[in-house]
Design a protein around this ligand. Structure first.
Ligand SMILES: Cc1cc2nc3c(=O)[nH]c(=O)nc-3n(C[C@H](O)[C@H](O)[C@H](O)COP(=O)(O)OP(=O)(O)OC[C@H]3O[C@@H](n4cnc5c(N)ncnc54)[C@H](O)[C@@H]3O)c2cc1C
Length: 483
């Protein structure tokens, strides 16, 4: 047996890599972690979830201040935003979380942390900063980067992506967002609320392409009412950098041209896997456009090399990266053949209102050709939502032909948190009747989860058949009032 330096080597110190590192090291595997940046934490901490949600909160508070009268409060004349202060707050939140993701912490768990860009020299060894390191097993967890689409003039234009947007030294007066996906919509709404004039452009006929169109359209309508302009079914023909202003030339499906002009362009057109420079071709690790090829145990085309997180091209979320990191630990350290299962995988887009989803939505159910039924409940009928002034949206419960729940979408306040109950119900195969009978505290937004099951059971319980049976057995007298 060859004697390797490490039991496991992990490349990439983001959500996936850190999960594998902490699990492996704490289980007694001699673990090496390599990160190219000078701090651990990955995109989520530095350029993704954490800064975006911090920014969204600032934008939300500012929006509430501007709409204080909606809550019966005096009107407030709010001064313009100083974006440097928002950036400062973002950095302070990151700094606090960074302590959990420090080199010292991982060293205390037993892992060796090295910084730099490694390259595989053979299937078990990498070269880093002039030193060779070998490991019995490797994990590639290098994440993803924004796609720079091949649009005429884009490469010559000074645009921004998620790497720059949280660290601007001033609020742009106007912004064109290329891409109406989760990042484009979250950032578009936040910047519009902070005072930028925002245009969102997408090639598709709807924003948030993974979601049901009716739900995505509701998000779009809220954002439109707030002042965001949308340009759908629009292909970007050209981008021109005029210095202080940038121009985007769009063509619609009828071939008509529109020219937009703004101070800043945010490119949010999707993600590409970070595989450059790793030397994967030389060691037989294959990849496709979306990411490294993996089987359902996350093994690459070299069985002792795993890939997890964004770089594997599946669901691109921090909780997916963490989940996949756990699958790798099971396979690589415990040697258990644990497989990925995304049947009830939840996600949420943090627009206001947010849009959360788990399992199948209607689009997926239709595409799979199954018989399904949809039950809905609106937030305008939830007492707490009314008190909070957040009554836009609804919950959709999708049942299959056996009347078993196969998916839930929630557009409304705290949608991501409301999904937590469905995570337990769907994964635990809890009966809908159990959820319907379980007492929920009043008044809470979470009551909507129970209420939608009530909507499903109601016609069954209060049916003519049941009424007739009760009348027959217990001689009930029937209606006391006829309107
Ligand atoms: C604006 C934005 C908002 C987001 N919001 C959310 C959200 O709200 N919720 C959610 O679940 N997800 C969100 N995401 C997605 C989430 O950030 C990613 O899915 C997650 O970070 C993926 O984790 P990862 O470990 O695969 O990659 P990363 O976290 O990107 O980690 C990869 C690490 O590998 C390092 N690396 C790259 N190449 C090399 C190399 N050659 N050598 C050594 N190290 C290397 C990188 O520097 C990085 O530290 C958001 C993303 C963006 C961009």
């Amino acid at each position: 047996m060859p004697d390797y330096d490490f039991d496991i080597g992990v490349i990439g110190g983001g959500a996936a890599g850190l999960t594998v590192t902490s699990g492996s090291a704490q289980l007694g595997a001699k673990t090496l972690l390599i990160e190219k940046e000078d701090a651990l934490g990955g995109d989520c901490l530095h350029f993704g979830c954490v800064p975006s949600k911090t920014l969204i909160k600032s934008a939300h508070v500012y929006h509430q201040m501007k709409h204080s009268q909606k809550f019966g409060l005096p009107a407030v004349d709010v001064p313009p935003v100083d974006f440097r202060e928002i950036s400062k707050r973002i950095k302070s939140v990151i700094d606090t979380i960074q302590k959990h993701d420090s080199e010292e912490r991982f060293c205390s768990l037993g892992a060796q942390v090295e910084f730099g860009r490694p390259e595989f020299v053979d299937a078990h060894s990498i070269r880093l900063n002039g030193t060779s390191y070998s490991a019995k097993r490797w994990v590639i967890a290098t994440g993803s980067s924004p796609v720079a689409a091949p649009i005429k003039g884009l490469a010559q234009t000074n645009y921004i992506t998620n790497r720059e947007i949280f660290y601007l030294d001033r609020l742009p007066e106007s912004m064109i967002v290329l891409g109406g996906g989760p990042i484009g919509c979250e950032m578009g709404q936040a910047f519009n609320r902070l005072g930028s004039e925002v245009h969102i452009v997408d090639l598709a006929g709807q924003i948030l392409g993974k979601e049901d169109k009716d739900m995505a359209d509701m998000v779009m309508n809220v954002m439109k009412d707030e002042g965001v302009s949308f340009h759908l079914n629009a292909s970007v023909e050209e981008v021109v950098d005029h210095g202080s202003s940038k121009e985007v030339v769009l063509k619609n499906t009828a071939g008509e041209t529109t020219r937009l002009s703004a101070e800043t362009i945010l490119v949010a057109l999707g993600r590409k896997p970070n595989i450059e420079g790793l030397g994967l071709d030389g060691i037989g690790v294959e990849s496709h456009r979306r990411g490294i090829k993996v089987d359902n145990r996350l093994r690459t085309t070299q069985k002792h090399i795993f890939a997890a997180g964004d770089v594997a091209g599946g669901y691109q979320f921090t909780h997916a990266a963490g989940y996949e990191g756990g699958i790798v630990v099971s396979n690589a350290i415990f040697r258990l053949p644990r497989k990925t299962d995304y049947t009830f995988f939840p996600w949420c887009t943090y627009t206001d209102p947010p849009l959360g989803s788990i399992g199948m939505n209607e689009t997926m159910a239709k595409a799979s050709g199954i018989d399904y039924a949809v039950w809905t409940e609106a937030f305008k009928d939830n007492d707490r939502s009314l008190a909070e002034g957040e009554q836009t949206g609804l919950i959709k419960l999708i049942l299959n032909e056996k009347e078993k729940p196969i998916g839930v979408q929630i557009l409304g306040p705290s949608a991501g948190d409301l999904l937590a109950e469905w995570v337990a119900v769907l994964n635990g195969k809890v009966k809908l009747s159990t959820l319907a009978a379980a007492v929920h505290p009043y008044p809470t937004i979470g009551e909507i989860n129970k209420k939608v099951t009530g909507t499903y059971f109601s016609p069954k319980i209060f049916s003519e058949k049941v009424k007739k049976g009760l009348k027959f057995f217990f001689d009930l007298k029937g209606r006391a009032c006829v309107p």
